[in-house]
Design a protein around this ligand. Structure first.
Ligand SMILES: [Fe+2]
Length: 332
């Protein structure tokens, strides 16, 4: 965060602090920040945090437990251990923010959690790539298209794909990780086709040996995610899509600890037939996942985001205006 350039007005003097007026005092001392959107976010965050403490009558002991918990979330995190993302995911915040920032548009493929296992070292490789080196797996051929909302193929979209191994572990969970496995970066061809060799995904527990795992146990929650393959699609001019596909019938389909499953992302697997076997050099009878991704343009996504924001502001009875597609208070 860069330092916010101060506006001209002086900080309003604080009044004698009480549990009832401290919120207004914090908002006042933050009020000389000139970043309208940042100031609005802090103002509302302070209001909700303070109201939360007042509402539950938070004790000092309880808040210290909270501070120690958040400290541990930070301490266990590094480049390959994304505990903060896990916390956001397990509290439902990641899915909420995704649904606000990428509201549903017609047949556009819905998004879901990025999760803590995406990396930036996957091989940039060709269509037809085999994600896993492990030979002892149930193969799955993924055959899909990437199109726009008018049905036109999107060529040369960058597609990150990643999934766990046959035991449900991602490569980054291997202490002896030699390099990427179970992940790749692919590019759609001129017809918008996307195909690669994966394995039938299996359920797996999110890492539960840290503070987030302790939180789940406290809440009597299980850590098991339904099996899925992550897919992230990017192309200039189109809204970035971070999503995942979930084979139907997983025992954890309706109790995902990160709330990532959506009906439109549940897929029925088929089998590779003679034609697909011949065209793509895949063994007949291999499990088959067919899916057609649809991307919104940046303009379509921005228009829907703004429409939803205006609807939400009307419900809140706030006098607001839009700045770069996001709401800020209208003080004029
Ligand atoms: Fe995952």
């Amino acid at each position: 965060m860069e330092r916010c350039a101060p506006v001209e007005n002086a900080i309003p003097p604080m009044t004698d602090l009480t549990a009832d007026n401290i919120t207004e005092n914090v908002v006042a001392i933050n009020s000389t920040c000139s970043d309208a959107r940042g100031k609005f976010i802090f103002e509302r965050a302070v209001h909700h945090l303070h109201d939360f403490a007042r509402e539950v009558r938070l004790s000092s002991e309880e808040w210290m437990i909270g501070i120690n918990f958040l400290t541990k979330v930070g301490q266990i995190s590094d480049d390959l251990r994304a505990e903060m993302i896990l916390l956001s995911d397990t509290l439902g915040l990641s899915m909420l923010v995704d649904s606000i920032d990428h509201p549903r548009i017609g047949e556009v493929t819905e998004g879901t959690v990025l999760g803590p296992f995406h990396t930036h070292d996957a091989p940039d490789t060709d269509l037809g790539y085999t994600l896993h080196g492990d030979p002892d797996v149930t193969r799955l051929f993924v055959l899909s298209t990437v199109k726009d909302t008018k049905g036109n193929p999107i060529a040369d979209a960058k597609v990150d794909v990643w999934e766990g191994d046959s035991h449900g572990f991602y490569d980054v969970q291997n202490f002896n990780r030699q390099g990427p496995d179970g992940r790749a970066v692919l590019h759609t061809n001129s017809e918008g086709m996307l195909f690669f060799n994966a394995i039938v995904p299996v359920p797996y527990p999110i890492p539960d040996d840290g503070p987030v795992g302790a939180m789940l146990r406290f809440l009597n929650r299980h850590p098991n995610r339904p099996g899925h393959i992550h897919v992230m699609l990017q192309k200039d001019g189109y809204d970035k899509l971070t999503t995942a596909l979930y084979p139907r019938g997983d025992p954890f389909e309706t109790s995902d600890p990160v709330f990532g499953v959506k009906e439109s992302l549940i897929v029925d697997l088929g089998e590779v037939d003679d034609e697909i076997a011949e065209n793509y050099g895949v063994k007949k009878g291999t499990a088959l996942l067919k899916y057609n991704f649809v991307l919104a343009t940046d303009e379509e996504a921005r228009a829907m985001r703004e429409k939803k924001a205006i609807e939400a502001m009307k419900k809140q009875n706030r006098k607001m205006k839009m700045l770069n597609g996001l709401p800020i208070p209208d003080l004029d």
